[in-house]
Design a protein around this ligand. Structure first.
Ligand SMILES: [Zn+2]
Length: 499
């Protein structure tokens, strides 16, 4: 089904002249006095906002909304509570706008305006505009691809207007946020796509199509070629499935080709049954999300192309399915990775690090300036940070700073875990160079990264474990049930300022 695009624009107009279905106004609990344009607006509508405040019909608690039917230029004035000023930040803004947008959509409203000044507080106008656009576009996401009934009844907002009294046009901010939101939502679409449809071959075709529509270069390697490239870990993980693996490479050159690229490696398991170490119910559910890292990488590189970032990027995405069958790889197998290291298999459900081992050593051969991998690597990430934040680990001080800065700006929460040498003891094998897990199942997030570190040579590297944050059970704020599109906002913020 064709998705209707939501149009967002900033417009300079006096607040009391705004027309349309609804005007959204943000108010702080401890600053419930109307001044400036808001005061004029209130007067224009016969003091209706101030009477709601005076009579305690609206207290501006965080998450509170109150729709006031005025039926003139504007049909509804919608008051949104932002809570206490001290606790007000861009996160609160992001979720307030997303929740309000969802309510409008569900009520059948097709357009609304919002007063920029009322949400601005101490923040820069440009940042607030960006967050408003992002939160509305991400918050309004719905996956309807496989709904065949009542398609005509699926509601969507058509137009959002940000009302400003500033002379700035905010075109750059609207464009950046729209492109990033698109990357997030396309990532969600493809991660949500069921595993019987989104096979490795489907993913490769999708990447080719994406490259055809943009200026990206796409190379796809099939099973025989992957074998020829001596990717013994990747090819063996794929062996249990009739859906054959694909290694997909997307390249973007936004700078002189002599400038070293940044490599983004994404884990692309299209369905993870656990292999012979079959996952029990309910842990086998939603395992279509195990391609979340690769899918994000694909749309991050596309977004960088759309925004013409002045850098070179290579996305490396191994796609395969982890299935149990007579041809599956087994516990006790010893596999030889692309870089020649031998790996003893202890549990076929720890397959992600195996396909990444080959993809990372392939990336390292290209001698990029940095390698960043994004992977739904561990269930241990749930114990580490829950659904709120994403663990990351790195060998490089500059990458650490870049990721932390990008996290602050993008509001995608990450937290660093250590790569202390002591952990290396946990993956020493009796028969091979390495084993791929620690049998003690302690420090899962760190052990995963400690294993991967063996495949990146000395190249600055960061590993982002989206094992938990790839998926949302909640439908609130910018989250919708299902895939989250995690890391797209973070990575775009990092690449935007890459030096
Ligand atoms: Zn697994």
């Amino acid at each position: 089904m064709e998705k209707t695009a939501i149009s967002v624009k900033a417009s300079k107009i006096e607040l009391n002249k705004v027309k349309g279905n609804a005007l959204l106004i943000g108010l702080l609990k401890d600053k419930l006095t109307l001044s400036g344009e808001l005061k004029k607006l209130d007067e224009e509508y016969g003091g209706i906002i101030s009477s709601y405040i005076k009579n305690n019909h609206f207290k501006a608690e965080k998450g509170e909304t109150r729709s006031v039917f005025v039926n003139r230029n504007i049909k509804n004035l919608v008051l949104v509570g932002l809570g206490e000023e001290e606790k007000y930040n861009l996160d609160v803004l992001l979720n307030a706008i997303a929740d309000a947008s969802k309510k409008f959509r569900d009520n059948g409203t097709e357009n609304f305006s919002l007063c920029l000044d009322s949400f601005k507080n101490k923040f820069k106008e440009e940042d607030v505009v960006e967050k408003i656009v992002l939160s509305a576009l991400i918050g309004l996401y719905k996956f309807t691809e496989f709904k065949t009934k009542d398609n005509g009844k699926i509601r969507q907002i058509k137009q959002i207007t940000i009302i400003t009294n500033s002379n700035k046009n905010f075109d750059n901010e609207v464009k950046y946020a729209s492109v990033v939101a698109n990357a997030v939502n396309k990532t969600r679409d493809l991660v949500n796509m069921p595993p019987n449809v989104a096979t490795p071959e489907y993913m490769a075709d999708y990447a080719k199509e994406l490259a055809k529509k943009s200026g990206l270069k796409c190379i796809v390697f099939d099973e025989k070629q992957i074998e020829g490239m001596k990717m013994g870990c990747f090819i063996n993980v794929a062996k249990g499935s009739i859906n054959k693996p694909r290694l997909v490479i997307l390249e973007y050159y936004g700078n002189d080709k002599k400038q070293k690229p940044i490599a983004i490696v994404g884990k692309g398991i299209t369905f993870d049954s656990g292999g012979l170490n079959l996952k029990p119910y309910p842990y086998i559910l939603n395992m279509k999300d195990d391609k979340g890292g690769a899918v994000a990488a694909m749309h991050i590189i596309e977004a960088c192309y759309k925004l013409k970032f002045p850098l070179n990027l290579i996305a490396i995405m191994p796609f395969c399915e982890n299935m149990p069958s007579g041809s599956s790889f087994r516990p006790d197998d010893v596999l030889t990775a692309h870089n020649g290291m031998t790996v003893e298999i202890k549990n076929t459900d720890a397959e992600g690090r195996l396909i990444l081992a080959d993809a990372l050593s392939y990336a390292a051969e290209m001698k990029p300036q940095a390698i960043i991998d994004i992977a739904t690597l561990t269930g241990a990430s749930l114990i580490a940070l829950g659904y709120i934040g994403t663990p990351f680990l790195t060998t490089n001080e500059k990458l650490r700073e870049k990721i932390k800065n990008a996290s602050e700006k993008s509001l995608e929460k990450v937290w660093e875990f250590p790569l202390w040498q002591e952990y290396e003891e946990n993956i020493k094998s009796d028969v091979a160079d390495l084993k791929h897990i620690s049998e003690e199942s302690d420090a899962g997030v760190i052990i995963g990264a400690t294993f991967l570190k063996n495949f990146v040579n000395e190249i600055p590297w960061a590993h982002i474990d989206i094992g938990t944050t790839v998926w949302s059970k909640a439908d609130k704020g910018v989250l919708t049930k299902g895939a989250t599109g995690v890391t797209a906002r973070l990575m775009m913020e990092m690449l935007r300022e890459w030096k």
